[in-house]
Design a protein around this ligand. Structure first.
Ligand code: MN
Length: 501
């Protein structure tokens, strides 16, 4: 599983030397207690590290450059306790390669009406100090999140936590390695894309590996390792009669377990936290990896089917952003519709590869034929997903830029049991409704593959997209088609022109 424990955010307080030593000492004490208070808050997922108060351009630049090269630092929280003349920030901010959030807060929550004097006014100047800093960030055209409110306020801490999770996802994306077993599904368009452009924009690398090399790793797995993993399956899942010990198809489960162990070894040896497969490239593997992919996803490996590396990398980032939250994240596909006007909904699934991270209850392990691929029947985990709010996210390559679209959905119970459907499934109602959501998604060029999450929200994805500098579109309760189409047209112009800004 993924954990955010090792990550930290640096707390950078802006001031200037004008106020004298005594005031600066107080500024530092305040900043220390804000950083400590945030760090100790159970709402904040990473360590908040206090850094000495910044009063010169040299110190600001040095801190920014140090942050760039600190592997566990996911970004900066900037706070202007006093007035910090913003020309001092130019050298630092132009050199900063990590994201920053502007926390527009002040140490005291309330104005001390009866005791306020000019000393208090000189010390507590965030209200205008934050505006001077904000001007410079806007003047430099730097995307960032601005959070306004008292630092002890739960809503402020929750907003900060969202940003920090996005920053952890972004930190992961910058160093992620994606392994591709086989190429794209032949003739499919949306799973293609410019891998060089993706590496420039996101930092992750995407490389192909021979199925033969994976098969070698699968063959190297010992019988003892397979038996041990089967024991784990027995502990965690309800296994169908024919796959149980002494069952007629037990060998299929052994083969599936062997594939899981081989894939895991391959990924771990190469430092890959995301991967793709395709049913068109399985030479030497006895069955399409089903339960293997499902369980690897549940352990935090990003995944995209049919060679879909963009979705795989995005799913990994979503897993990091959602680490420790309830709900889970999975690769997903809009599979089939229920178009009854009284309650339109979508059935989401895939041929096999849905993560048990989103399962409601104990998954079942079953063996069923797969009508495509021409291989032995693949073993898969079967489950439903519980009700609640969720998102579907897509990342597409528009030729001149990457575009991310998020659709907010409500997971609902299926109208009836699905006794003959042999795959894990989710039923959802998209916001604002299926006709508008699907039309907007299609106008935006959104893929049939998505990252689905009950843990990650639109806000996480928007913060992440802004860190990545990619186009971001939301389809939610307020969306209508003509407004959405206008947004697409305006964005077309913006992203064309913004290269020259
Ligand atoms: Mn697919």
């Amino acid at each position: 599983m993924t954990s955010l424990e090792q990550f930290e955010v640096w707390f950078a307080t802006g001031s200037q030397s004008l106020y004298g030593e005594e005031t600066l000492k107080q500024v530092a004490e305040h900043a220390k207690s804000v950083a400590k208070g945030l760090s100790e808050s159970p709402r904040i997922p990473v360590r908040v590290v206090f850094k000495p108060v910044l009063t010169t351009p040299e110190a600001i630049r040095a801190l920014c450059l140090e942050a760039n090269s600190a592997p566990n630092c996911v970004g900066l929280i900037t706070w202007m306790h006093t007035f910090s003349p913003a020309k001092m920030w130019i050298a630092g901010l132009t050199g900063l390669q990590k994201p920053f959030v502007h926390l527009h807060t002040q140490f005291n929550r309330d104005i001390p009406w009866s005791s306020i004097d000019m000393d208090f006014m000189n010390l507590n100047q965030s209200a205008h100090g934050g505006r001077e800093f904000g001007f410079m960030a806007s003047r430099l055209r730097i995307e960032r999140t601005v959070i306004v409110g008292h630092w002890q306020d739960e809503a402020v801490q929750d907003r900060l936590a969202t940003w920090l999770r996005a920053a952890c996802g972004w930190n992961e994306t910058r160093r992620l390695k994606v392994a591709r077993f086989g190429d794209n599904m032949r003739n499919v368009a949306v799973t293609e894309g410019d891998k060089v452009a993706a590496q420039v924009q996101f930092g992750y690398s995407v490389d192909g590996y021979a199925i033969g090399d994976l098969v070698q790793r699968v063959d190297d797995v010992t019988d003892a390792e397979v038996e041990k993993l089967l024991g784990e399956y027995e502990d965690q899942y309800t296994i169908s009669e024919e796959l149980r010990k002494g069952g007629a198809r037990r060998q299929s489960l052994r083969d599936a377990a062997r594939i899981e162990l081989g894939m895991r070894a391959f990924l771990d040896d190469g430092g890959f936290k995301a991967f793709t497969t395709t049913f068109e490239n399985l030479y030497g593997l006895s069955q399409l990896p089903g339960i293997a992919v499902q369980r690897l996803m549940a352990d935090g490996y990003g995944f995209g089917a049919e060679g879909d590396w963009k979705t795989s990398a995005m799913v990994r980032a979503m897993m990091v952003m959602g680490a420790g939250l309830t709900g889970g994240t999975s690769f997903m596909e809009d599979y089939t519709y229920h178009l009854d006007p009284k309650g339109m909904k979508v059935l989401g699934a895939h041929m096999l590869e849905v993560s048990p991270d989103i399962a409601d209850g104990k998954p079942k392990v079953e063996l069923h034929p797969l009508s495509i691929g021409g291989k032995a029947d693949p073993v898969r985990l079967l489950f439903n997903v519980s009700k609640g709010s969720a998102i579907n996210a897509t990342l597409v390559d528009m030729g001149n830029r990457f575009r991310m679209i998020v659709n907010e959905v409500d997971v609902v119970a299926p109208d009836a049991a699905l006794p003959k459907l042999p795959v894990a499934r989710v039923v959802w109602v998209p916001k604002p409704n299926l006709p508008i959501a699907a039309a907007c998604w299609i106008h935006g060029g959104g893929a049939h593959h998505t990252g689905f999450s009950k843990a990650v929200t639109t806000e996480h994805m928007q913060d992440y997209a802004e860190m990545a500098g990619v186009e971001f579109l939301t389809i939610g309760a307020e969306t209508n088609v003509s407004q959405f189409k206008n947004e697409l047209r305006w964005n077309e112009a913006y992203y064309h022109l913004s290269k020259g800004f």
